[in-house]
Write a protein that binds this ligand. Structure first.
Ligand code: TMP
Length: 202
């Protein structure tokens, strides 16, 4: 049996991650989970993090709350599944912190890497699928409904996040798969499963 794989989906708001994470988990027979909010305590942290009434959260406090969610998620969900021989598909991972709190908010990337590597006990995703949607399409998708605390950030913030994801994917092409997520859902799903199967040699 091949070693179980820890695979993460990444991308900006409204890129279709939740749908595609679910479909790939079904395809692989993997455990499906998410950050933030993949554990009961993570759900509570997520409520605070998304709350638009939380108006004065310091960016380091935000990063540490997300790292706390991640530590709990790694210890209680991801590692137990991998140890039991199951693949894991996670909707977001530590790379979201580098993109949002690093490239987006401007916290030093090495410092974030250090704190988060400690939080995940050194276990980073084996494979990352970046669902790519152009910035103007993200802006348009965000224009159409009530927004949470992150979604309310400026278009510049969302652009820095998107560029950050691409910078990371370019630097670490062996780990990242970039998928054009502008097509119809079923087309995107087929592109993802073909690319992932090829990478995993399955
Ligand atoms: P989503 O799970 O619905 O995509 O929303 C999660 C929001 O939380 C999204 O706006 C990005 C943000 N977030 C961070 O800023 N840093 C992180 O490390 C994670 C996991 C999420």
């Amino acid at each position: 049996m091949s070693r179980p794989v820890y695979l993460a989906f990444e991308g900006t708001e409204r890129c279709g991650k939740s749908t595609q994470s679910r479909r790939l988990a079904e395809h692989l027979g993997a455990a499906l989970t998410r950050e933030t909010g993949g554990t009961p305590v993570g759900e509570r942290l997520r409520m605070i993090l998304h709350d638009v009434d939380v108006t004065d959260l310091d960016s380091r406090a935000e990063a540490l709350m997300i790292a706390a969610d991640r530590a709990q998620h790694m210890a209680r969900v991801v590692m137990p599944a991998l140890d039991a021989g199951r693949d894991v598909v996670s909707d977001r991972s530590v790379y979201s912190t580098l993109a949002y709190q690093g490239y987006g908010r401007g916290i030093d990337l090495d410092e974030l890497t250090l704190v988060n590597t400690w939080a995940v006990r050194g276990r980073w995703p084996d494979l990352v699928v970046l669902l790519d949607v152009p910035s103007d399409m993200v802006d348009a998708r965000l224009a159409d409904r009530a927004l949470d605390r992150f979604e309310r950030e400026s278009t510049d913030f969302h652009r820095r996040v998107r560029d950050g994801f691409h910078t990371m994917a370019d630097k670490d092409a062996e780990r990242w798969i970039v998928i054009d997520a502008t097509a119809e859902k079923d087309v995107v799903e087929r592109a993802i499963s073909a690319a992932v199967d090829e990478r995993l040699g399955r």
